[in-house]
Design a protein around this ligand. Structure first.
Ligand code: SF4
Length: 385
C-alpha cells in the first residue's frame, strides 16, 4: 500500500490566541523532545510494517512547531525516517517558525533530504502580533526569510494571516511585499477564523481583543488574494497560492483523499480501500502524556461509502482542479457529474463552477460552504429515494 506520512510535533515556544492545533509550550531543550522523537520513530517503524506500507510518496512534518526540535533532533528524526523507504519521497516538507528555526536547523533539514520549508510568518506588524500573543519578533521573521532563501533557494512557502487585529489593507499589502522580496514559490494566505474554544474567540467575545468583523476580514483576504494573483501567484486551493505550479504535493494528496499515516499526539491516519469506497480513520488523543506512555485509546472510525463520498467532495472542491475523477469512479462506481448533476449544473449556470472540469472557479471558492450544502442535500435526497 502507498501512504503519505504526517508527523505532528506538539511543541511551541508560546501559545497564539487563535490557535486550535494541539501543542504545548516548552523550552528548547525540554527532555520530552528527545523522547518524543524516539516514540515517533518507533511508531513509524511499527505502523509501516504492520500496514504493509511499501511506498511513501510525501512526508509532512508539521505542528505545533517542528523547529522546536532543534537541529540535532530534527536530523535524528529525518535520518531515522529515511530507513523506512528505499525510494525517497518526492516531497518532504518541514514547518518552522522564525524564533526557533536557525541556520543549523535549516542545514540539518537540507542535508537530510527536506525538499521544502514552510515558514510561519503570519504578519510582520508588531501590534497585530502582540494582540494575538504571537511569539517572536518581526525582524527575526525577516532574518529567517533571508536564511531560508539562502539555504533552500526559492523552494519554500510562507504563511500569512489576513484579518488580524490592527491590520488594514496597507498593512497586509506591506506584509505581502516584504515576503515577495524573498521570492518564495508558495504562499498560504489564511483568513483569520475564530475557532471555538480558542483564547481569541473568548477574548473577542468579551471585547478584550478587537478584531475586524467578518465582512472586513473577508474583504482583507480578497485584497490579499487579488494582490497575489496580480503578482503571478496562482490560487490553486482556498488559501494556497503558488508560482510555476509549485503546489504542495502532500496537501494535494489530502484534498484528493489519498491514504496518509499520521504519527504523533493528535495526529490522524486515513486509509481507504479503493475497491469498496470505504475506509478507516484512527486518531491519537491530543495528549502528550498518553501518547508517550502508550496508555491512550486512539479513536477508530469506520468511513462508510456516504461519509467517504462527502469527505471526497468536502476536501476535493477546496482544490481548484477538483476531486480526482478516476479515483472517484473507481471508489464509488459513478462519475462526479453523475453523482451531483443538479448542483454542478446550477453552479455552472451562475459562473461559479468550471464549465469543463468538476471544480469551482476562483469566485465559486468564496462560497464553498454553500456549494457543499447543495452537494450534500443532493446526495442525501438521492439516497432517501
Ligand atoms: S506557533 Fe503555530 S502551532 Fe504554535 S501556538 Fe502558534 S499557531 Fe499554534
Amino acid at each position: 500500500m502507498e501512504a503519505s506520512l504526517y508527523l505532528h510535533i506538539p511543541f511551541c515556544a508560546g501559545v497564539c490566541d487563535y490557535c486550535d492545533f494541539y501543542s504545548i509550550p516548552v523550552e528548547p531543550k525540554d527532555p520530552r523532545i528527545r523522547r518524543y522523537v524516539d516514540r515517533l520513530l518507533e511508531d513509524g517503524k511499527r505502523f509501516i510494517q504492520d500496514l504493509d506500507i511499501t511506498a511513501v510518496p510525501t512526508v509532512y512534518i508539521g505542528g505545533g512547531t517542528p523547529s522546536m526540535l532543534g537541529a540535532s533532533e530534527m536530523r535524528r528524526l529525518l535520518e531515522g525516517l529515511a530507513e523506512f523507504w528505499e525510494v525517497p519521497p518526492e516531497e518532504i516538507t518541514v514547518e518552522m517558525n522564525p524564533e526557533s528555526g536557525d541556520e543549523a536547523f535549516l542545514e540539518a533539514c537540507r542535508d537530510s533530504g527536506v525538499t521544502r520549508i514552510s515558514l510561519g510568518v503570519q504578519s510582520f506588524h508588531v501590534p497585530s502580533r502582540q494582540a494575538v500573543h504571537r511569539v517572536g519578533a518581526d525582524y527575526r521573521a525577516d532574518e529567517r526569510l533571508r536564511l531560508v532563501r539562502d539555504i533552500f533557494g526559492r523552494q519554500f512557502s510562507v504563511d500569512l494571516i489576513a484579518g488580524l487585529p490592527f491590520q488594514d489593507e496597507n498593512i497586509l499589502l506591506r506584509d505581502l511585499e516584504q515576503v515577495f522580496a524573498y521570492e518564495p514559490v508558495h504562499i498560504s494566505l489564511y483568513a483569520l477564523t475564530l475557532e471555538p474554544g480558542t483564547l481569541l474567540e473568548t477574548r473577542s467575545r468579551l471585547k478584550k481583543t478587537l478584531i475586524p468583523d467578518q465582512d472586513a476580514r473577508d474583504a482583507l483576504w480578497i485584497t490579499g488574494r487579488d494582490f497575489l494573483e496580480q503578482a503571478g501567484y496562482e490560487q490553486y486551493e482556498v488559501s494556497n497560492f503558488c508560482l510555476n505550479n509549485n503546489q504542495s504535493i502532500h496537501n494535494i494528496r489530502y484534498w484528493r483523499m489519498k491514504n496518509w499515516l499520521g504519527l504523533g499526539a493528535a495526529s490522524s491516519s486515513t486509509l481507504i480501500d479503493d475497491e469498496t469506497g470505504t475506509g478507516r480513520r484512527v486518531t491519537f488523543e491530543p495528549d502528550l502524556g498518553l501518547y508517550m506512555t502508550r496508555t491512550g485509546t486512539p479513536l477508530t472510525e469506520v468511513l462508510d461509502v456516504l461519509t467517504l463520498m462527502k469527505e471526497t467532495f468536502l476536501m476535493g472542491f477546496r482544490y481548484r482542479r477538483g476531486p480526482e475523477e478516476k479515483l472517484f469512479q473507481k471508489r464509488f462506481g459513478l462519475s462526479i457529474s453523475e453523482c451531483i448533476p443538479r448542483t454542478l449544473g446550477s453552479w455552472r449556470m451562475q459562473g461559479l463552477a468550471d464549465p469543463q472540469k468538476t471544480a469551482l472557479t476562483s469566485g465559486g471558492l468564496l462560497f464553498l460552504d454553500r456549494f457543499l450544502r447543495d452537494v450534500f442535500e443532493e446526495i442525501e435526497t438521492k439516497i432517501r429515494k
